[in-house]
Design a protein around this ligand. Structure first.
Ligand SMILES: NC(=O)C1=CN([C@@H]2O[C@H](COP(=O)(O)OP(=O)(O)OC[C@H]3O[C@@H](n4cnc5c(N)ncnc54)[C@H](OP(=O)(O)O)[C@@H]3O)[C@@H](O)[C@H]2O)C=CC1
Ligand SMILES: O=C(O)[C@@H]1CCC=N1
Length: 257
């Protein structure tokens, strides 16, 4: 399988790491300075878009929403039945087909954790994608994280929850680290403690299952320490704030479409 990455920025290069494990990867970017990084990663570099298309079996569109339209128009009539995978936030299958023409398209929404093979990746196929096309896509992209086939109507919410999710998780981590500093740890000590606690909590939930609120009751002893912290989170509407965060992020994704 030969995969051509259009746009070698944050996401294009992150995907490169995972995709090169099972496919021959070539990249193209209008910013030629990205070439060095690609070559260092063992990824080929295409001198132009036409060369990339001619030497790929599947194309990954990883440019910003503002740049996607012109790329798709440049690809029109040149796909030769190849699959286009778009990770452009808010860009619907319908809009992609308006710009690209009736071609095989998979709309995808990953997150930056594809860089370490632990991405959360949603996808939806248009009606021209055949079973073998989807299997080829899953074979390569499953090396970058967990695949979630979703209805396109949930793609904007997935973008908010998972695509933007690493930023919200980093914000949570940063706040806990500062809280640790406030109590007397160095920032590095606090980060080590916080990351261990988050990693252990995720593994516990994934190993034993159950509802997060059940786990909170296992940690919060009667009249103990934890419940005082939970009280603050409830009084300050911690859950409500996160719901609004995801709602506004989803709404912005809809605006991009
Ligand atoms: N960042 C994230 O965590 C996630 C991003 N996405 C989506 O992925 C897409 C890419 O995001 P991200 O990687 O952060 O963006 P970046 O800006 O980091 O990368 C995009 C790259 O594409 C280049 N580019 C611009 N126009 C063209 C063109 N016509 N042909 C080839 N390359 C071009 C840009 O060059 P230049 O800088 O010179 O413009 C840049 O190097 C976006 O649509 C975003 O919505 C999806 C999920 C998560
Ligand atoms: O912030 C953005 O628009 C992109 C899409 C999802 C994550 N980053």
């Amino acid at each position: 399988m030969r995969i051509g990455i259009i746009g070698f920025g944050n996401m294009g290069s992150a995907f490169g790491e995972g995709l090169k494990k099972s496919a021959e990867v070539v990249a193209f970017d209008t910013d030629a300075s990205k070439k060095e990084k690609a070559l260092e990663m063992g990824i080929g570099w295409a001198k132009d878009l036409e060369f990339l298309v001619a030497n790929s079996d599947l194309l990954l569109l990883a440019v910003k929403p503002k740049d996607a339209g012109k790329v798709l128009e440049n690809l029109r009539g040149k796909m030769e039945g190849k699959v286009l995978v778009s990770i452009v936030a808010g860009l619907s299958l319908k809009k992609i087909e308006e710009l690209l023409g009736r071609e095989k398209v998979i709309r995808c929404m990953p997150n930056l954790a594809v860089a370490v093979g632990k991405g959360a990746i949603a996808y939806v196929c248009n009606d021209l994608v055949e079973e073998r096309d989807e299997e080829n896509f899953k074979e390569s992209f499953s090396k970058c994280g967990s695949l979630h086939k979703v209805e396109e109507g949930l793609m904007d919410a997935f973008t908010a929850l998972a695509g933007s999710g690493p930023a919200f998780v980093m914000k949570f981590i940063s706040a806990l680290c500062l809280a640790g500093v406030r109590e007397g740890f160095s920032y590095q000590q606090a980060m080590d403690i916080v990351l261990d606690t988050i990693e252990g909590t995720v593994l516990m939930l994934r190993t034993f299952g159950g509802h997060p609120e059940e786990w909170i009751s296992k940690v919060a002893s009667p009249s103990g320490t934890t419940i005082e912290g939970i009280k603050v989170l409830e009084e300050r509407s911690f859950s409500g704030i996160l719901m609004e965060c995801i709602r506004e992020t989803t709404n912005r994704c809809k605006q991009l479409g």
